[in-house]
Write a protein that binds this ligand. Structure first.
Ligand code: URA
Length: 425
């Protein structure tokens, strides 16, 4: 095998053979294929695509690059959820303990934020003492004793994807459906979950800007999971506006705790319950009522045990940013658009996100929303509050908000998008 012939095959719109795929993934993981060669191949894949056979083999080769976990010893069925990423997407925080409270084991290997999308681990790290890095034994122990664990994936899980994802991130090759699908599913299949619910985000704040691309990504991932024996279902959900009323690490933890306490914004509650119902059905758990488990405090009990088992103090005061800046509505009328991407960029610029993997994040930074599309607003009322420890960033953040909303004349009829747009099984 030589890498140049593999690159040429895809550059010339050919089909990669199983042997070419196995070899190139293994050789790249071992450092025999160089980053610049893999970048050329990733760009050829982005431009010319891969068929289902190639994507399945590519995924299998990435799984084979590392270890596979196994949860067979647990007494409960396993159910996991993966979101393709969005703004204000804190759903994993209430969802994992909720589904555990209803009888499943939830091994939630999560990631950090990059660019305008937030990361679950960054959010949880704003809880004093909480640890994202667990050994496999610690992870199994937390899962077994509390029913849910949210932690970082170990280095041994799909190492080919770790290397390739970091490369794609700096070579403009993230947005390729075959590469996104194989990246996500290799980690989920290697993780060993019995069932998986995918939350495929659609809209300005998501990777997939339109519903057709999102359907294609969802169908590809559902096919990969099903073929590997993982019961997989996808919901396509709206990401044209941020989820809930907060985007930022500690701000989103606070909102998640409100949901676990039986309150919280309606869109966050509705999506949490919709995903919980899908996870429980996929895990074969009947007769559980996620709405009841939120209302009666049993999900909150699991949350408190899960946070404490990972070193966190569930009663600790969450960090608050040192400075705030209020943005007011310029006119009276109906808010018809509050753009997820623009809000995500503002939160990132305020310090909630990172530009490079190794950058620190500010726990208290982010954006708080005081209105959502469909609400009537009055000129001069607070629309957003920006939070940061570094007030010199306000101007830069405000620039990303210059076209972030539309306000239509009072009385304009407007129906916001439903949160769940489609389901692919
Ligand atoms: N998340 C992943 O894990 N991989 C991708 O390629 C995109 C999002």
């Amino acid at each position: 095998m030589d890498v140049i012939s593999v690159i040429r095959t895809k550059r010339d719109k050919g089909e990669l053979s199983p042997e070419q795929i196995d070899w190139v993934i293994d050789a790249y993981t071992r450092g025999v294929v160089a980053d610049e060669q893999m970048s050329a191949l990733a760009m050829a894949i982005l431009l010319n695509g891969m068929n289902r056979t190639e994507i399945a083999r590519w995924t299998a080769a990435m799984i084979a690059s590392g270890e596979r976990m196994n949860f067979d010893a647990l007494s409960r069925p396993t159910a996991d959820k993966h979101s393709t990423g969005g703004v204000g997407d804190k759903i994993t925080l209430p969802l994992a303990p909720l589904v555990a409270a209803c009888g499943a084991a939830v091994p939630q290997l999560s990631g950090r934020g990059l660019g305008h999308t937030g990361g679950t681990l960054d959010k949880l790290e704003s809880i004093p003492g909480w640890r994202a890095l667990l050994s496999n034994e610690e992870m199994l122990h937390v899962l077994d004793t509390t029913g849910a664990v949210i932690c970082a994936a170990g280095d041994g899980l799909a190492p080919a994807d770790k290397k390739l994802y970091a490369l794609r991130d700096v070579t403009g090759t993230v947005e390729a459906i075959p590469l996104i699908a194989s990246s996500i599913m290799s980690k989920k299949i290697a993780e060993g979950t019995g069932s998986l619910v995918l939350d495929v985000k659609v809209g300005t704040g998501a990777f997939m800007k339109n519903i057709e691309d999102a359907r294609e990504l969802a169908r590809t991932m559902v096919g990969l999971g099903t073929d590997s024996g993982v019961k997989t279902v996808a919901l396509l959900t709206d990401m044209s506006t941020p989820l809930g009323l907060t985007a930022g690490n500690a701000l989103e933890v606070r909102e998640s705790v409100e949901v676990l306490a039986g309150g919280g914004p309606k869109d966050v509650v509705d999506l949490t319950i919709a995903l919980a119902a899908e996870m429980l059905a996929a895990a074969g758990i009947k007769d559980a009522d996620p709405a009841k488990a939120l209302a009666d405090g049993s999900a909150m009990d699991v949350w408190r045990r899960m946070i404490a088992a990972q070193g966190g103090d569930p009663d600790a005061t969450l960090p608050v940013a040192r400075e705030q800046h209020v943005v007011t509505a310029p006119s009276t009328g109906v808010l018809t658009r509050l753009d997820a991407y623009d809000i995500g960029i503002a939160a990132w610029r305020l310090g909630a996100g990172r530009a490079r993997k190794e950058d620190p994040v500010q726990a208290g930074a982010g954006v708080e929303l005081h209105a959502k599309p469909g609400d009537t607003v009055t000129a001069g009322q607070p629309l957003l509050t920006l939070h940061t420890d570094t007030p010199e960033k306000f101007d830069y953040a405000l620039k990303s908000l210059s076209e972030a909303w539309d306000i239509a004349p009072e009385g304009t009829a407007f129906t916001p998008n439903p949160i769940v747009l489609d389901r692919i099984a």
